[in-house]
Design a protein around this ligand. Sequence first.
Ligand SMILES: NC(=O)c1ccc[n+]([C@@H]2O[C@H](COP(=O)([O-])OP(=O)(O)OC[C@H]3O[C@@H](n4cnc5c(N)ncnc54)[C@H](OP(=O)(O)O)[C@@H]3O)[C@@H](O)[C@H]2O)c1
Length: 219
Amino acid sequence: MTESTTKNESGIPSVMRAAQQTNFGDVRDVLTIVDNVPIPRQLSSKQILIRAHAASINPADWKIMSGMLSIFIRYSWPHIPGSDVAGEIVDMGPEVKRFRVGDHVYGNVGIGAGAFAEYVRADESLFALKPKNLTMEEAAAVPVACDTSYQALFHKVSPPIGKGSKIFICGGSSACGLFAIQLAKAVGASVATTCSQRNFQLMEKLGVSFFINSNDFSV
Ligand SMILES: NC(=O)c1ccc[n+]([C@@H]2O[C@H](COP(=O)([O-])OP(=O)(O)OC[C@H]3O[C@@H](n4cnc5c(N)ncnc54)[C@H](OP(=O)(O)O)[C@@H]3O)[C@@H](O)[C@H]2O)c1
């Protein structure tokens, strides 16, 4: 991303480049890149301002943009879409405790809530320090899909999944499946899954105990 304007004394420009959606519909019709969007400089006590290095496009982003979920999701236009982002903290509210300016972080700002911009404002609780072994691009690809898998595995699940659990994850080679396998393995569960033959090696590498070729049966 390139910053589009002159910086003030804080080093943060007053305007930025951002994707802006003007309605629900085909992305080519409703999405434009705008150069002079005001940067959200007013931060509440627990908010952070992130200079974005990378954002990822989740299926939910284009589904929301197309209007598929417009019964539940309403925006005032123009709206900055995007959920997952990774970048550097450039400013923060006075009560932010978990981070410092300069930290590299990644998170989900909320589904379609403004990640496709050079600067992104969000509550600190939505972000985590970026592991050093992940690039910004890799980190930006994690939050929504990994959150989804985490919730499916661990949120109000009884009995809890842990050491000795045997679980089946449908679609192990999908984005959510790959995170689910790694999360389940991390707590000591053994995993069986489905995928295409082309992904068998990947499943082995992830330590899946048993996998079924999803093309071998029909529903
Ligand atoms: N991604 C998210 O953040 C997210 C969030 C919430 C809910 N979900 C839901 O979770 C499910 C999985 O989504 P995902 O985004 O994780 O999937 P994805 O990354 O798009 O994975 C698709 C995988 O499914 C397999 N597949 C089987 N038949 C296919 C076909 N006809 N076309 C394309 N792929 C096919 C392929 O694996 P093989 O080649 O190994 O068969 C492919 O790698 C969906 O129901 C989605 O709505 C996803």
